[in-house]
Design a protein around this ligand. Structure first.
Ligand code: FAD
Length: 302
């Protein structure tokens, strides 16, 4: 059996596996797609100590670093369930069962898509999901934020300090964000809020040049010219396969303690799949390291 089996091969999982392997214990990684969300990222400018890099380039160095160690990498394998007997038994979609004394779940999350024409086509070409990451790319430009919940309004406030103008599009007749955020938003001079509107299409040529929406009161279709669209309608953790097994919060994030431990002794979780408040590469790597040290501590006590 493994001492530490890591499920997920993004920044959190890579970091967890390297920290575990450096303790000289038997370590494996199962990943549906090694690299995770970083593979879908163009420019990265906030991975501290590297001024600028690209997602695929960072994934290549993650892989190279992981390969420095004696870590079994099982890529293109999806986990579908886990059970704790004497050992943890991780079941893969292909039917295989992997046994381990401890497990670190780092299966990440995915941004909910709006699913309108143009969204896929202009991803990284004006369509963005992370204001902390991509906000500065739109300095002095006009952008839209789709979604009037807390994350949408936080994004709009954040972006208003960087870009020329922000238009918020909310499907419902009212914003769902907290009152303090709404007050702050309405105090800003360069923000327009459109409520009861449905995004119809993100338009562009090489990059985004506008957004079309339906005014749900009048059913009229309108178009605004702008250069960027931030989609903020939710980040979904990849934890469905753990339903009923480990404690999760209302939105499905795994609840972790200071050691990144979960409600099951020996089962740890790290990165975007957990209830940590901010989802970033550097934060995921830190939590992966923390989870591996937590798992090592668990192993020497059991
Ligand atoms: P992920 O990167 O999501 O990795 C999850 C891993 O788990 C993957 O290997 C996946 O295949 C695997 N997996 C999922 N389910 C299963 C399963 N059932 N079985 C086996 N494996 C599974 N952050 C920054 O700091 N700077 C940026 O500039 C930046 N830009 C971004 C741009 C985009 C377009 C996106 C989408 C995100 C961006 N982020 C950025 C956020 C950052 O990518 C994430 O916070 C980070 O990747 C989270 O790491 P993670 O390891 O927790 O999860």
């Amino acid at each position: 059996p493994y001492d530490v089996l890591v499920v997920g091969g993004g920044p959190a999982g890579s970091s967890a596996a390297i920290y575990a392997a450096r303790k000289g214990i038997r370590t494996g990684i199962v990943a549906e797609r090694f690299g995770g969300q970083v593979l879908d990222t163009m420019s990265i400018e906030n991975f501290i100590s590297i001024k600028q890099t690209e997602g695929p380039k960072l994934v290549a160095s993650l892989e190279e670093h992981v390969k420095e160690y004696n870590i079994d990498v099982m890529n293109l394998q999806r986990a579908k369930g886990i059970e704790k007997k004497d050992l943890f038994e991780l079941e893969l979609e292909n039917g295989a069962i992997l046994k381990s004394k401890s497990v670190i779940v780092s299966t990440g999350a995915r941004w909910r898509n709006v699913g309108v024409p143009g969204e896929q086509e202009f991803k990284n070409k004006g369509v963005a999901y992370c204001p902390h990451c991509d906000g500065p790319l739109f300095e002095g430009k006009d952008v839209a934020v789709i979604g009037g919940g807390n994350s949408g309004i936080e994004a709009a406030i954040d972006l208003a300090g960087i870009v020329k103008h922000v238009t918020v599009l909310e499907f419902n007749p009212e914003l769902k964000a907290d009152d303090v955020l709404q007050k702050r938003l309405y105090s800003l001079p360069n923000v327009t809020v459109l409520k009861n509107v449905q995004t119809k299409e993100i338009t562009g040529t090489d990059t985004v040049n506008g957004i079309s929406y339906i005014d749900r009161d009048t059913e009229e279709v309108k178009h605004i010219e702008l250069q960027g669209v931030f989609v903020q309608i939710g980040l979904v953790p990849n934890t469905d396969w753990l339903e009923g097994i480990v404690e999760r919060n209302r939105i499905g994030e795994i609840i972790v303690d200071k050691h990144n431990g979960t409600t099951i002794p020996g089962l740890f979780a790290a990165g975007d799949c957990t209830d940590n408040p901010y989802n970033q590469i550097i934060i995921s790597m830190g939590s992966g390291a923390n989870a591996a040290l937590g798992a090592f501590d668990y192993l020497i006590r059991n």
